[in-house]
Design a protein around this ligand. Structure first.
Ligand SMILES: [Zn+2]
Length: 402
């Protein structure tokens, strides 16, 4: 029987890493090691290109918090507990609380921009070195920064809502306007917070000093707000055409006078188009992520501790296929010894790299160095491979983005 792949939070702080090779503690040493990693031929008959796997740390420089970094959610807010899928599906109260916090957090997330780390990934693609990206991030920065490189969003994306009954997706921006209309008092509060800059500042310290916290899921911490007053709309499709229940009868989908979802309803509940904690990743997404790994010969892991099993198993898959692995992350990575066991102690990057540096500094510096090289020996086959990968597999990824 196929086991569902569920997204589960893992809140422990992991032990600090061993840097590999040991010359990679300095920025020039780290760049040299990554250059060698990217340029080295892949072992055996594996494809030459590199697939990138990213996590929340990559978006810290865009003003979002990560989970385990120095200012990460699990460090700054010890009581933080993300909402679980089951709770969201079954509790009207939990949904009010979730959407109220999400309503306040959305504008900040919407205004945040990809940072130099994301654009460096784009440039590695243009240099023919990176063929695909698998990200755990739900902030859409990868597809925005490099629409030409296929991006698989393992945990979905906040830019859309999806109906839990009919699976219809709708843009989050339109949903935000509906939340504002249904919750004028909250909207006034939000406008005031935006006007004072409490939500717009890109400095998380300053934002926190003003009493706001935004975590990686775009959720604002506002402990005193009366969530019980918050209203959210029903799925318009289910409202006009109620879905059938398992027994063949029509589900009740009811709204109040203003169009807010009524707890007498049995369907038409909208959720963010992300894989919530405790929710299973769709088989198609799981398969596409595995194909992205299998389509490359090396794995570059950026800014994630891979504490979530769905990400860790992809790295494990890469390792089991004999792919060299490079990991750039501040702080430890779940079970990282497994990725570097048996490396030649004298190797300088071709077999594996482990760096502890911020991606927004390291990656642009790496790209600058790569561009200074006269002609990349490997550029031609890699570009051709990337092109063929795009031709064959772009549709798979595009489907994920709709
Ligand atoms: Zn619906």
């Amino acid at each position: 029987m196929k086991k569902p792949l569920m997204r589960i939070p893992y809140t422990d702080i992991l032990p600090a890493p061993n840097i590999i090779p040991h010359t990679a503690r300095s920025l020039p040493g780290a760049i040299a090691a990554l250059q060698e990693f990217l340029h080295a031929p892949s072992p055996r008959d594996l494809p030459r290109s590199t697939v990138v796997l990213t996590g929340a740390g990559l978006s810290v420089a865009s003003g979002l918090a990560d989970y385990r970094g120095p200012n990460g959610t699990y460090r700054v807010n010890k009581t933080y507990r993300p909402i679980y899928y089951h709770e969201f599906l079954t509790s009207h109260e939990a949904r009010k609380r979730y959407w109220a916090r999400s309503f306040l957090g959305w504008t900040t997330l919407r205004n945040a921009q990809p940072n130099p780390g994301h654009y460096a990934v784009r440039d590695l693609g243009r240099l023919g070195l990176v063929s695909a990206v698998v990200t755990q991030n739900v902030d859409s920065f990868h597809p925005r920064a490099h629409p030409d490189i296929p991006t698989l969003e393992l945990h979905g994306y906040l830019r859309s809502t999806v109906c839990t009954s009919c699976r219809t997706e709708m843009p989050r921006d339109g949903f935000q306007a509906e939340l504002a209309r249904l919750n004028p008092v909250w909207d006034a509060f939000l406008q005031e917070a935006l006007a004072t800059g409490a939500l717009e500042t890109e400095d998380p310290h300053e934002r926190r000093a003003r009493g706001f916290r935004v975590n990686p899921d775009g959720d604002v911490e506002l402990p005193q707000a009366p969530y019980t007053t918050f209203r959210y709309p029903a799925c318009p499709k289910c409202l006009s055409d109620p879905p059938l229940l398992a027994d063949g009868s029509r589900a009740a989908v009811e709204v109040d006078n203003d169009g807010a979802w009524s707890p007498t309803s049995k369907a038409g509940i909208l959720k963010p188009a992300v894989v919530m904690f405790g929710e299973s990743i769709a088989d198609g997404v799981k398969k596409a992520a595995e194909e992205a790994i299998d389509g490359a010969g090396k794995l570059l892991v950026l800014a994630t501790s891979m504490a979530t099993y769905s990400a860790w198993r992809l790295a494990k898959r890469a390792k089991d296929r004999g792919m060299p692995v490079a990991i750039v992350n501040i702080g430890g990575v779940r079970g990282e010894e497994a990725f570097f066991a048996g490396l030649d102690p004298d190797q300088t990057g071709a077999q594996g790299v482990r760096l502890e540096m911020s991606t927004e500094t390291l990656l642009p510096a790496l790209v600058r160095e790569l561009r200074q090289q006269p002609i990349l020996q490997n550029a031609e086959p890699s570009s051709a491979e990337a092109a063929s990968f795009l031709e064959n597999d772009a549709a798979v990824f595009k489907n994920m983005l709709q």
